[in-house]
Write a protein that binds this ligand. Structure first.
Ligand code: NAG
Ligand code: NAG
Ligand code: NAG
Ligand code: NAG
Length: 320
């Protein structure tokens, strides 16, 4: 596993390693307790960081896969670190299939963790450059557990939780995806009152061993194009093995806000508020271009706070 590739990466690597060791000591990797109703409360009370007594939080690994780190990945790491949250950067292989299929990188990363006996660890994969992580690891994990509560898979795992967006892609206009078919698969199989209806794989999380297994199983299918782009791949997985996947329709953890900028309110010192779902999501992703909002508003609202030691987000510094 690679550490951060950025300047100062060695230092971060050592700290990350030490923290990982501490986590391994404090948090038992095998935990069987179900999430009690109390976790729901944590979604509303983000200030509260104590875990519900009967649930042990699995460790969380946050990973972005990209072709080259740049100022945006550095900024994202800096913002995350202000919450003591670490984003690992994995480089896409320059040749071969990884370039087209980050899900192969995801599979390898999760298989390695599983082989190391850490298959129950949670892994979150993020797109690069246009995602902000603004939350403490324990709050992110609690929001995940509260969202997937009651949805254990038949393998006994927590399911994967994917961000949900307002646009179904790839669909019949841009490529095959049976879930995005205009026959209305989503309306029948994933009904929701929110406009955040469709799977987005630019941010998702789940147990390492389940991610590795789902990708491996589905890549082996003769009916699926092994070079399908990542989101098309997971639309197919959702269509055929949907019992392993929950979509974050209420933006409790993830907010893929492209096409829904009208829901965004900056609340100083609290976060970016989704005034439709009434949540402060931890992961904020502009999952479609142009990337105006993420670069002129979301990133600066956190970076300005770091520079001036204001509470984040510093909304007054970006809104006139
Ligand atoms: C997985 O482990 C192999 C063998 O140690 C290593 O070569 C590879 O880089 C690892 N991959 C990832 C994505 O961590
Ligand atoms: C299908 O994809 C295209 C291109 O991304 C998009 O413009 C269109 O709105 C999509 N259709 C639906 C039903 O989401
Ligand atoms: C959408 O569904 C219809 C009816 O089942 C089917 O004929 C068509 O091939 C599907 N389109 C895609 C892109 O899968
Ligand atoms: C939600 O926020 C947007 C942008 O800040 C604002 O224009 C809109 O009126 C708000 N909607 C509600 C229902 O409060």
């Amino acid at each position: 596993m690679r550490g951060p590739q950025a300047a100062g990466g060695r230092w971060k690597l050592i700290v990350g390693f030490a923290m990982g060791f501490l986590c391994a000591l404090i948090i038992s990797p095998s935990w069987q307790g179900g999430a009690p109703g109390a976790t729901t409360l944590l979604v509303q009370q983000r200030e509260q960081t104590a875990a519900p007594a009967t649930v042990e939080r699995p460790p969380l690994h946050i990973v972005t896969v990209c072709s080259a780190p740049n100022q945006h990945t550095l900024n994202a790491q800096r913002i995350a670190e202000s919450y003591r949250t670490k984003i690992e950067v994995q480089l896409l292989k320059t040749g071969g299939i990884w370039r087209f299929a980050p899900h192969l990188a995801w599979q390898e990363y999760c298989q390695n963790l599983t082989d190391a006996g850490r298959g129950d660890d949670l892994v979150m994969f993020l797109d690069a450059y246009d995602v902000v992580v603004a939350g403490k690891e324990e709050d992110i994990v609690d929001a995940y557990l509260a969202t997937v509560q009651g949805s254990r898979t038949k393998t006994g795992d927590w399911p994967l939780l994917f961000s949900a967006e307002a646009n179904c892609f790839p669909n019949e206009t841009d490529g095959s995806s049976r879930a995005c078919n205009t026959t209305g698969w989503y309306a029948t199989h994933r009904p929701t009152d929110t406009p955040y209806k469709y799977l987005n794989c630019g941010s998702f999380m789940g147990p390492a061993k389940l991610i590795a297994w789902l990708i491996k199983e589905n890549r082996a299918r003769p009916d699926l194009d092994p070079n399908q782009i990542d989101q098309g791949f997971f639309q197919e997985v959702l269509h055929d093995m949907g019992e392993y996947i929950v979509l974050d329709h209420d933006t409790k953890v993830f907010w893929a806000f492209y096409l829904r900028k009208e829901d965004m309110e900056c609340h100083s010192g609290k976060g970016w508020f989704n005034n439709l779902t009434q949540t402060y999501p931890h992961i904020i992703h502009q999952n479609g271009g142009p990337k105006d909002m993420i670069y002129t508003h979301v990133f600066p609202s956190y970076l300005n706070a770091l520079d001036n030691t204001l509470p984040a987000p510093a909304c007054d510094t970006i809104l006139h």
